[in-house]
Design a protein around this ligand. Structure first.
Ligand SMILES: C[S@@+](CC[C@H](N)C(=O)[O-])C[C@H]1O[C@@H](n2cnc3c(N)ncnc32)[C@H](O)[C@@H]1O
Length: 315
């Protein structure tokens, strides 16, 4: 369905892949009402990353309000909006952006379905507060008739062979044989350092994070839109599963990166971390640093002290 598709610059419902170089509001204004099944994005957090100017919070919220308003207009009545955000930080004091953006969505009549915690291991090491190791995805729908399909994103059960042992279902599986609901706490590595998807962009989505949303909230042929496209991850996740993808990006360098990665995806050469690959466990991987060097000798010393003390007492 997608192998021979072109990447075009302007939105049209008859296209399959749209990468718009420019402001997302300009792209959004060209998209018909009620036409997009999934809008998924990570907007700038207003924390002074290389692609953003730090704005007064009020101005930042106004900008977000204008983008969200246009997104709601474009969203299908069966559709979903997923806004992925972290914290705004000022002089060491944090404001979780989902809490302040929440009223914008609900004032447009959207209903919140989940606040997914995306947990990861890498990030800044803080010295005056606990290091931030999660961000959130706030998921809203336009109506109660929204599309949601759990089956393609189920994860293995903890006890897959568990059966009812009494009652009318005795002997039958007590769990869903297709796997369980992944829940609302997702442990997915973020794209830092050695991650196979790492580019020059400072905060890419991992493709597997968006695949989960695409697979559960859209059908083949549906449109997936990312107003703050960055390196094109949302389009990659969409076309990988035969959905159409569109997005806007204001920085030319990232637009080029997005096009390159999308072409690699179409050719089948883009390297990504597979969905549901287990999280790296240093012990299981045989990492030589199995026990921290400072605890082992210390434990030893403590033991010897106790042994000595016991010896001493019994004498
Ligand atoms: C948090 S990053 C998104 C990264 C993306 N999720 C990915 O996987 O690469 C936000 C992006 O929005 C872009 N951006 C900022 N303001 C924009 C605007 N008004 N319209 C379109 N893109 C914008 C920035 O250049 C940046 O690349």
């Amino acid at each position: 369905m997608f192998a021979n598709k072109k990447i075009v610059e302007n939105f049209s419902l008859s296209e399959h892949i749209v990468v718009y170089f420019g402001d997302c509001l300009d792209l959004l204004r060209t998209i018909p009402n009620d036409s997009i099944q999934l809008i998924v994005t990570s907007p700038p957090y207003n924390i002074g990353k290389e692609y953003e100017k730090r704005l007064k919070l009020e101005l930042y919220f106004n900008q977000q309000y204008n983008v969200i308003k246009e997104c709601v207009r474009c969203l299908s009545p069966l559709g979903s909006i997923c806004w992925q955000v972290g914290n705004y930080v000022e002089k060491g004091s944090i404001i979780p952006l989902d809490t302040v953006l929440y009223p914008i969505f609900t004032n447009f009549g959207l209903k919140m379905r989940n606040r997914v915690i995306w947990h990861f291991e890498h990030g800044l090491h803080c010295s005056r507060r606990f290091s931030g190791r999660y961000e959130t995805i706030i998921w809203f729908t336009k109506s109660d008739e929204y599309f949601f399909n759990l089956d393609p994103i189920r994860v293995p059960q903890k006890y897959p062979g568990k059966k009812y042992f009494k009652g009318p279902n005795a002997g039958k599986y007590s769990c869903n044989p297709l796997g369980k609901n992944p829940g609302d706490l997702w442990n997915i590595p973020n794209v830092k350092c050695n991650h196979v998807e790492k580019t020059d962009h400072p905060c890419q989505f991992p493709v597997e994070l968006i695949e989960r949303l695409v697979l559960s909230m859209t059908k083949e042929g549906d449109w997936v839109l990312d107003p703050f496209l960055g390196t094109g991850t949302s389009i990659i996740a969409a076309i990988r599963h035969k959905r159409r993808g569109a997005g806007a990006e204001t920085v030319e360098r990232y637009v080029e990166l997005a096009r390159k990665r999308i072409k690699e995806e179409l050719d089948g050469t883009l390297r990504t971390r597979p969905m549901d690959k287990p999280i790296y466990d240093p012990k299981e991987a045989g990492n030589s640093l199995k026990i921290s060097p400072w605890s082992n000798p210390q434990e030893d010393k403590q033991l010897k002290l106790i042994e000595y003390f016991d010896d001493h007492q019994t004498k």
